[in-house]
Design a binder for this molecule. Structure first.
Ligand SMILES: Nc1ncnc2c1ncn2[C@@H]1O[C@H](COP(=O)(O)OP(=O)(O)O)[C@@H](O)[C@H]1O
Ligand SMILES: [Mg+2]
Length: 331
């Protein structure tokens, strides 16, 4: 029998208890990530990417966050059925996290080598000297020159790119099956960003682990993703191989995001980053009726305003949630 996928979200819904109401930030999200692969979750700010990602290692503050439905299978085990005390040892050991700003995740008063070896001692019960050696080897692996010397640096003595490499080394330290990276390169310039993404992708392939990469940047997704899932207003609107979704977008939202990339638009549109899609992502309390994207969609018709389209399979087996595409393809 084939092993279960590395990660499978099945109809995951996550809500927040607000002061006067309950609202869903993520609705019926289903995603699959296989070993050795990178799955990019893309969409503008506020679409629900981080809520989806953080609910896997259960890092959302609860309350106000709560699981409203669905399952999260990691290596075949449903994490939603585990107690908090059973999840804690999985963080770091089976799931590694990399966030946008390493300064908020790194301890400013601890040498970076010690921060890496601490995890190794805790999760892998390594002796101090073995943990120290492995920390230096990890710094070497993530491309930090003179790793033995740099292991003695404090985070503030390193550049942003170097700090993010340290975060990657920490996330990889215990050979986790899954790496979740939430906007890991957003704070870095584009050359360093490219280097870090190539490093992450290579390390994931080499280790046979999987990378769930959250980014609002479609160029990052194109460089790194095997598959791409596009989120809008808490739902997946398009999902398939990166080469298909980013070169031949089906959903008007994906097409709009791609049109807004620098170099793809002219004049005034280029000056306004999202000039191709007027309006903004609706807040949790303001989700429209019907298709969540209809108020911003140039192709919206009456049915789009009334009814939520299903996430339907296209002939190439990728997925798209749009009445107009459904009608055009006569599915
Ligand atoms: N702790 C919270 N309490 C209430 N609402 C939240 C909280 N965290 C996120 N949200 C809301 O959930 C929605 C999705 O947020 P998020 O997943 O952070 O978006 P993204 O990562 O795509 O930018 C947003 O409308 C955001 O305001
Ligand atoms: Mg986010």
């Amino acid at each position: 029998m084939a092993p279960p996928p590395l990660l499978a979200l099945e109809a995951l819904s996550v809500g927040f208890a607000l002061a006067d109401a309950v609202a869903l930030a993520v609705e019926e999200v289903s995603l699959t990530l296989e070993r050795g692969k990178t799955l990019c979750l893309v969409g503008e700010s506020g679409c629900g990417k981080s809520v989806t990602a953080l609910s896997i290692p259960r890092l959302l503050p609860s309350p106000p966050a709560f699981l409203a439905g669905g399952s999260i299978f990691l290596e075949g085990r449903d994490l939603t059925r585990l107690d908090e005390r059973d999840i804690i040892p999985l963080r770091g050991s089976r799931m590694g996290m990399i966030f946008q700003d390493p300064m908020t995740s790194l301890n400013p008063v601890m040498r970076v080598g010690e921060q890496i070896s601490e995890g190794l001692r805790r999760h892998r019960s390594l002796a101090s000297s073995a943990a120290r050696d492995k920390a230096v080897a990890l710094l070497d692996k993530v491309g930090i020159p003179s790793p033995a010397r740099r292991a003695r640096d404090f985070p503030h003595q390193m550049s942003g790119g170097m700090r993010q490499r340290v975060m990657i080394a920490m996330a990889l330290a215990c050979d986790p099956a899954l790496i979740i990276a939430d906007e890991p390169t957003t704070a870095l310039d584009s050359t360093v960003q490219r280097q870090i993404l190539a490093l992450l992708r290579d390390l994931i392939r080499e280790a046979g682990s999987g990378l769930l990469l959250i980014t609002h940047n479609l160029q990052v997704a194109a460089q790194t993703g095997d598959d791409v899932a596009v989120m809008y207003a808490g739902r997946i609107v398009e999902y398939g191989p990166a080469a298909r979704v980013l070169n031949f977008p089906a959903h008007p939202y994906t097409a709009g995001l791609l049109r807004s990339l620098p170099g793809r638009t002219e004049g005034a549109q280029r000056r306004s980053r999202l000039g191709a899609i007027p309006g903004t992502v609706p807040g949790l309390r303001l989700r429209p009726s019907g298709c969540g994207f209809h108020p911003r969609c140039p192709q919206a018709k009456e049915r789009c305003r009334r009814e939520m389209p299903p996430l339907a399979e296209l002939p190439d087996r990728s997925l798209c949630r749009c009445w107009q595409i459904l009608a055009a393809k006569c599915l």
